[in-house]
Write a protein that binds this ligand. Sequence first.
Ligand code: GDP
Ligand code: MG
Length: 445
Amino acid sequence: NLTQRLAKVVKTMRGEARLTEANTAEMLREVRLALLEADVALPAVREFIARVKEKAMGEEVIGSLTPGQALVGVVQAELAAIMGADLGPEASQLNFATQPPAIILMAGLQGAGKTTTVGKLAKYLREKKKKVLTVSTDVYRPAAIGQLQTVTAQAGADFFPSQATDKPVAIAQAALDYAKRHFHDVLIIDTAGRLGIDEAMMQEISALHAAVKPIETLFVVDAMLGQDAINTAKAFNDALPLTGVVLTKLDGDSRGGAALSVRHITGKPIKFAGVAEKLDGLEAFDPQRMANRILGMGDILALVEEARKGVDVEAAQDLAHKIKGGGKFDLNDFKAQIGQMKKMGGLSSLMDKLPAQLQQAASGANMDQADKQVRRMEGIINSMTPQERAKPELIKASRKRRIAAGAGVQVQEVNRMLSQFEQMQAMMKKLKGGGMMKMMRGMKG
Ligand code: GDP
Ligand code: MG
């Protein structure tokens, strides 16, 4: 029946069945730009694009998707996987599999959010009924020790006071000794950080690590750091056996590209996200959400829109107008419509807006056959004069013979095409102002 035939056309127009270098090149360029805009460092972008390519090539384009949209799906899934979705939910858990106290060492640049995060972790662990002790080895900034004392009190944890005149290793060892004697479950060691990476600071934190052998060494990094995150992550990853990452200041307006850079360099799970200055502003890291944020939902839509490029908006609106106004829908319009459908490369947008009935009919259609059918229909229409297209009723026997000869088909096929068109016209009238109108609006994107 007509519905099925139409559905077949729609299915054929959807374009290519598999992802290839050619039909994804443009979309991959857009993804690359989106990542760079999100401040992902270039080496991480390159690696990611290569991974996506490897995953995507040869993939079947399923259902009503265009190759571009299918690729966006691969990009999202792959980004989420890299963010840690494939590590499982345990990846964001802290490790306590040790003789207490479990020691957590905080590493990162000054201003990254280490001290704040110690307070947040202390609060989080207190809620889990852990006995927590904190200590600051930031002997360069007395105010930093006071800051830790304040947040520790707010968290309801214990604070080990340190003398700014002592050496960081000695302070940490004294705190560990105290924690053991007072049966603390967890000891969190806050450290100093410089504004930039510096050799002395790296040596100091390495020495701290060697002295207390923490079960968790968390690299705290500011999501707003952008491109620089990659160098910072590299320096800390080289100096310390990191066990995880805390990405802070995600409440800011950064897209969080730093997350991808840091994963690229360290391969370590991002365990927590800082989402506020307050102590309750700590969340388990959510890989899927991060992937969406990095890509930017708005940008994904833009990417999909990009895939529909080449659609002649004016012609689509014109056609929509005709239908809405009850204007005559002739074979010129039909020809234009077929041309547009082809230009869209994929009909997904149109497809999505088709009545459910049509979509259903399309799902089982034979692609090859439908493809041939559309080409033949197009051939027939092309063999008509503009006047014939405007007034199909002009097409009588002799014209039919001429058209059939021009298109290289039998006269019966011209007849069939014309009666199909008549049915379509009738359907268009029924749909006017309704489904079809929405469908056309969908086309202009
Ligand atoms: P440190 O030098 O690494 O110890 O960094 P601090 O913990 O002192 O934090 C530096 C600044 O960042 C402070 O003003 C914090 O309040 C702020 N900060 C830390 N984490 C977050 C966060 O997740 N969100 C927001 N908005 N601010 C944060
Ligand atoms: Mg600090």
